[in-house]
Design a protein around this ligand. Structure first.
Ligand SMILES: Cc1cc2nc3c(=O)[nH]c(=O)nc-3n(C[C@H](O)[C@H](O)[C@H](O)COP(=O)(O)O)c2cc1C
Length: 273
């Protein structure tokens, strides 16, 4: 486990949105570290070109690559050929994706129950000396949360840090994230990053007082990428952010879906799902 000295502000992985250009903009406006959208390790192991394109870095924005998968063989096959680019800061394992197809395949949120499997996968990254973190929900369903299954993973797995999205798998965004879980998560002695509905300084003060080592912000950063600076008490002009972002999507020659999804929400008051 690494020692996290500074309270960190992280940009969340958001599929079809957090491309390199968006990560660069959030970094410029105060995010300390950013994450790729989820990348299927099966696609990487099978040399799928579209999957590999998610790992193209065009600058040195600090970025963690988020991987989704459950088969050790695919992780090993991918790591044998992976070469880090500038900006690469490690890997993150997705234990939170609530998509029913992903859960049926025993991946994403289903992995919260697969503790020894998760530990084996984390160890593969450690063998290569890569930084490895986990992003998780509180369980697959309310029953898992009541059984506090999330504490079992925190106890049994030794990752650099754990991003805890304070909802369980079957919970939608209409229900609030439950910040009351962080106290007991922190007591497990691991580096905990809080995630879910975070957008105000008051929330951050509360979470910091609970001992979390940082916060991860997703939808609020899509609405306003300068939220990181704002939460750090740094003023930034907002009028150029959209054009800076659009310039980067062209410079990096990114697929149109990214700019379509980001421009739909940037500058709006709320992100509706
Ligand atoms: C459209 C959409 C796509 C997402 N894609 C991913 C993903 O690829 N990987 C992941 O771990 N979480 C993903 N998430 C979850 C976010 O990373 C984050 O945990 C969640 O939105 C709660 O944080 P927020 O309230 O700050 O947005 C996604 C969320 C949304 C709304």
């Amino acid at each position: 486990m690494i020692k996290m000295k500074k309270f960190s502000y992280m940009l969340a992985p958001i599929e079809d949105m957090t491309s390199n250009s968006f990560r660069t903009i959030c970094y410029k406006y105060g995010a300390d570290i950013t994450f790729t959208e989820l990348v299927s390790v099966q696609g990487l192991a099978k040399k799928n070109k579209n999957t590999w394109s998610r790992l193209d870095f065009h600058d040195d924005t600090p970025t963690i690559i988020q991987l989704l998968g459950a088969k050790e063989a695919y992780f090993k096959k991918f790591l044998r050929v992976f070469k880090p680019s500038a900006g690469f800061k490690g890997f993150n394992l997705n234990l939170g994706c609530p998509d029913p197809e992903i859960i049926k395949a025993g991946q994403g949120c289903a992995m919260i129950r697969r503790i020894s499997k998760t530990r084996k996968i984390v160890d593969i990254f450690k063998d290569y000396k890569y930084n490895i973190s986990i992003k998780m929900r509180l369980g697959l369903n309310q029953h898992d949360k009541e059984k506090k299954i999330y504490l079992h993973i925190l106890d049994a797995v030794d990752a650099d840090f754990f991003v805890v999205h304070a909802r369980y798998g079957t919970q939608g965004y209409n229900e609030s994230a439950d910040f009351s879980v962080y106290d007991e998560c922190v007591k497990m002695g691991k580096n905990i990053i809080a995630n879910g509905d975070i957008k105000t300084k008051e929330q951050i003060d509360f979470l910091r007082d609970n001992g979390v080592k940082g916060v991860m912000i997703g939808r609020a950063a899509v609405l306003d990428p300068s939220i990181f600076n704002t939460l750090k008490g740094i003023y930034s002009r907002k009028d150029k952010i959209l054009s800076e972002y659009l310039d980067l999507t062209e410079r990096f020659n990114e697929p149109l879906r990214y700019r379509k999804n980001i421009t739909k929400w940037m500058g709006k008051d709320s992100f509706l799902i």
